[in-house]
Ligand binder design. Sequence first.
Ligand code: CTP
Length: 473
Amino acid sequence: MIINIKPHEREIFRTIGDTAAKLGYPAYVIGGFVRDRLLARSSKDIDIVCIGDGIKLAEQLSYKLRPIPRIAIYKRFGTAMLKFKDLEIEFVGARKESYHFDSRKPAVEEGSLEDDQNRRDFTINALAISLNEEDFGHIVDPFNGLIHLEQKLLKTPLEPGKTFSDDPLRMLRAIRFSAQLGFSIDPETYAAIGRNRNRIKIISAERISSELQKILASPQPSAGFIKLFETGLLSIIFPELYALHGVEIKNGVGHKDNFYHTLEVVDNVSKDTDNIWLRWAALLHDIAKPPTKKFDEQIGWTFHGHEVLGAVMVPRIFKMLRLPLDHKMKYVQKLVRLHLRPIGLTKEEITDSAVRRLLFEAGEDIDDLMLLCKADITSKNTDKKTRYRENYAKLKSKIEELEERDKLRNWQPPITGEIIMKTFNIGPSKEVGVIKTAIREAILDGIIGNNFEEAEALMYAEASKLGMKKKEG
Ligand code: CTP
């Protein structure tokens, strides 16, 4: 098996091997780096395991390297991290038990290389490369990890119940790796996830969220979310998303399964973008359908206001999943709130003023909103789908045309509150707001042009209605 190691990596591996030999420690590269190199994926994180003291090895190595690397030592966990050029190299002594993967737990009993490989999550992550003189570059593969790489298979080295109870996050990691790499999960391992699902409750929200982000960033996120659903993990870690599942039938009328619809939208949007926050918007766009669902004898199932309630739910979900509560959340919220608008517009004659309003509200996110809207067209009815697509294309060109003409993206009306206050010698007040709104609405409705002169004239007209006069002098 030839492993594609870059020359500067080979050089550092030799130096690590020599340094370890002087200390009498056998040393190996292990885990994700080995897996990724064999899969020709890039990775800058290197894990070194030695049969000895990992911190001592890192310290000795740091004296030899030029430029002098930065080193961080975590005594309690028995690990050291060395930053050398563009590489991050972590050192650890081989262990018998699997505690250090959840870094809040302290280091445990020393062990052999085999002990260390035993306690890893998947056979493809237990592969090691020897850095020792006698067999430098050889792969140590006690669990058929190489065959499983070939077969694109995720399988635990030990009985899966044991591997998962050592760190229940591994159940999510299995699903994440399968989505990321396009691998299948060994049936026994998969069944064990279902049996052990409740143990995920002891895992911190931060660790869970990091795996969810990686599933959502994968080429076809639905593959991961369906597995989360099937194993029963989804209802525990993300009940709001789980609640989208299912079809209710009343008077012979059913609605679509909003879980599978949502996943289709996420996959669709993922073909067009790597923007993880746009993918979040797709995942959450219908999140309020369950709480807004009603059956109307005349029109059937309705989800009135789900876009508004959905936007209200976004901060709570972001908080629960420890996602950032900043402009990224606001962006997702905005897209969820506006997601029906573009396609709603196409149902009637598309007027300039409706498009102007959309442009004004969406601002610089209009293109992303349009991508979400396109992804949301998932009807099984081909006629309907074609009609929606045509309308979508029509709206898109209308937006482009109006954008070109009116330049409404990031638009601010030509008359500001400042100007109003100065002109009439007044302070911040209700009147300022009334005049500003009147000007903005008139421009968006196309009653006046988007220019200073016409806006100024309207300002005077509105002010006189309010009994206000221009400041003299
Ligand atoms: N590992 C494990 N159980 C965990 C986390 C990690 O057994 N819960 C082991 C695996 O051998 C893994 C290695 O530690 O390959 C490094 O972990 P990490 O850097 O978290 O994962 P990678 O496999 O490198 O993959 P990624 O960087 O994509 O998370």
